[in-house]
Write a protein that binds this ligand. Structure first.
Ligand code: PLP
Ligand code: COI
Length: 367
């Protein structure tokens, strides 16, 4: 049982007696899309100021009961994570750098005045769900089981204060490509009116509010025929920060990778970090430095920038094609996906799926 405030938090197993029928599950796994279908179970762990973390449970996937006065509905004290489970040759299942997601969730928790879940409990919660719902891990290349841990204020109180009751939950969703177009170059709209994160704000935290604040800009992107939005810095509106849900890389003509630095306004992407490491492993120069929107536009025109790609757990590495803004556009991938983007994606996904040796201890075997 799991009532300790300190020490390991155990997860009691209460599996469903009514799992989705195998034939129905297989149909979902054929074309999972992204974020639309969920597995048979979820894990929850509760936290109270007086008791710490307790009551870890694996139980049937089901709606949560939320009181209308629940603080999260009013003040968005809520954070989340995202990582994936992959089938490996021989039939085992592994996740990729779950400890890095656990540590990032701790950083997000500190910024949002939420309690920190111990790294090993975070990893064990995800492992328990993956082990139980292993049949939901798609076996076909390019698909995976997306894991979504999240944590939210669960106080029935509409005064503004850090929550005294918090719920941590992990759900899982079979996933294909995040973009409907697959890995074809995506079109990006520059948000010149809206910003996503300011110095001192919550840009580096994976908190719900950041995504809420990005939606009007995302809608503007769609209205202008683009699939995603890219945000500029909030102070000068000059420097490229990141996309609504992905980091960004530029490949220069000489093969150097350039990506905006993590100075508190962008998310410290785990894919971003992995790509930098893999590129450095092969002797490629990697620079974390500010990139101005003008450098991007002019670099594509002059050939100084050869490729641009977005990266994240959901998006993996996706080439960026058309860049649009009010009054103009430029095509970043006139001949389709670039060689460097393709090579780095194949290397990363090769490690994630056990086809390329993992030299960094990133792969975590679950079952
Ligand atoms: N930036 C934002 C705003 C994101 O939501 C994500 C997705 O998680 C990323 C970057 C990429 O992070 P990661 O590579 O850890 O998935
Ligand atoms: C992820 O890549 O895990 C994210 O959270 C981004 C979101 C766009 C799905």
């Amino acid at each position: 049982m799991s009532t300790q405030a300190h020490g390991p938090i155990s997860i009691e197993l209460k599996p469903t007696s009514q799992p989705v029928a195998a034939a129905e599950r297989e149909q979902v796994l054929q074309a999972p899309g992204f974020g639309q279908h969920f597995t048979d179970h979820m894990v929850t762990i509760e936290w109270e100021a007086e008791r710490g973390w307790h009551d870890g449970e694996l139980k049937p996937y089901a709606p949560l009961q939320i009181d209308p006065a629940n603080a999260v509905l009013h003040y968005a004290q809520s954070i989340f994570e995202g990582f994936k489970a992959y089938p490996h040759p021989g039939g085992s299942i592994s996740t990729f750098r779950p400890d890095a997601n656990a540590r990032r969730m701790q950083r997000s928790a500190r910024r949002m005045a939420l309690p920190e879940l111990p790294v090993e409990t975070f990893v064990e919660a995800a492992d328990t769900l993956v082990r139980t719902d292993a049949a939901w891990v798609p076996r076909e290349p390019g698909k995976s089981l997306y894991l979504r841990p999240f944590m939210f204020a669960n106080d029935v109180y509409i005064g503004v204060r850090p929550a005294r009751h918090v719920t941590f939950c992990v759900i899982a969703s079979p996933a294909g490509s995040y973009f409907a177009s697959g890995v074809k170059p995506v079109s990006i709209w520059v948000s010149q009116e809206y910003t996503r994160a300011a110095p001192g704000g919550t840009g580096a935290a994976k908190c719900a509010g950041n995504y809420a604040a990005s939606l009007v800009a995302q809608q503007e992107a769609i209205d202008n025929g683009c699939e995603q939005v890219v945000f500029l810095d909030a102070v000068e509106k000059r420097w490229v920060d990141e996309l609504g849900g992905m980091n960004i890389f530029f490949v220069l003509a000489d093969g150097t990778l350039v990506t905006p630095p993590t100075t508190g306004t962008i998310l410290e992407g785990i894919t971003r970090d992995s790509v930098m490491q893999l590129a450095r492993d092969e002797g490629r120069a990697v620079h974390e430095r500010p990139v101005a929107l003008d450098e991007w536009r002019e670099g594509v025109e002059s050939g100084a920038i050869a490729e641009v790609f977005a990266c994240g757990t959901a998006a993996v590495l996706t080439p960026i094609g058309r860049l649009g803004w009010r009054g103009g556009e430029v095509d970043c991938a006139p001949s389709g996906e670039g060689e460097v983007t393709k090579h780095l994606r194949e290397k990363l996904t090769g490690i994630q799926t056990g086809k390329i040796p993992d030299e960094h201890g990133w792969v975590h075997t679950v079952c």
